[in-house]
Design a protein around this ligand. Sequence first.
Ligand code: ZN
Length: 269
Amino acid sequence: MGIHMKNGKKKAFIRNGIGILCLFLLCLIVQGMLWTGRDTADVWNQEQGGNAPDQEKEEGETEKKVAYLTFDDGPSCLTSEYLAVLKEEKVPATFFLIGEQIEGELIAVVKQAKEDGHEIGVHTYCHDAGVIYESEESYIEDILKTKERIKEQCQIETSLFRFPWGSKNSYVEGFKDGVIEEMKKRGMEYVDWNVSGEDSVGCPSAESILANVRKDYKKYNNPVILLHDSASCRATLQALPWLLRELKQAGYSFATLSERKETCHFGEY
Ligand SMILES: [Zn+2]
């Protein structure tokens, strides 16, 4: 009887010991999982000196978050590299083109962009403020010339345009409404932006472009992000993979501008 009880206590002791050990191991595993989840964001924070997306805050939000990347001033000798990054990351974007640059090898690059699922819009034919914004007529002519160039060279129909320097620039102030109305009649809608990489003046660093976008995108569930596909500076291209990863980590998916429910006009969103 005594021996039997001793054995019973011993077994109970072993059972408890195994139980405690299992619990301890389980705690370690759960902690490890939590840590792994934070790992990338923390590394990003340390490397970039910025704020990683706040995962906890986003869990409470119900509206779907979609980012709309837009690239002005292409096509350029870098466009195919942009397309490669976007393809790798499976991200669609919208390109606002400069008509006079659609020539030679770049015609095929624009067609490729369309085939890859990106949207093509009109920016301007020559991007020279003195020529474009001389009058309402000159600007309408500039838009239509670009639209026609895209159609002729690339067989792509466009329904979006973007004012060079945005819709609130001082050149266009006097006749902006007339242009918008006329283009509406022709099935064309203009689009501004609410987040800017500030990458069109000089040649900023990839870090500064990221910091500029990061400063504002979190304010919107549907940010329209202005970037440039310009031959003069590779910084935007360098920043792009980092930007896409950060936006994905912050819970954003991506779409082209025509898929956005609301228009994006300065002062209206
Ligand atoms: Zn531009």
